[in-house]
Design a protein around this ligand. Sequence first.
Ligand SMILES: [Zn+2]
Length: 77
Amino acid sequence: MIPLNHSLPYDVLMQDVIAQECPYCRSSNVRLPLTPEEVRDMYGGARKRTIVFPCCQGTLRIIDADRDYLLANRAIR
Ligand SMILES: [Zn+2]
């Protein structure tokens, strides 16, 4: 169960992983520097990864994921 205030909703579009909204600058539909395979590798906290948002260079540590959300190590909303 992912705490909602740590969760970042995302969509997969072909080979792109798209955040619905950047938690820093509020840009919408931000393409993340991740592949769908890399997201799957993080399911259940199996891997952790720091991502940099291309819109504003904000960094976020992702510690878990499921089919709908990435889980950050801190509250993002
Ligand atoms: Zn941003």
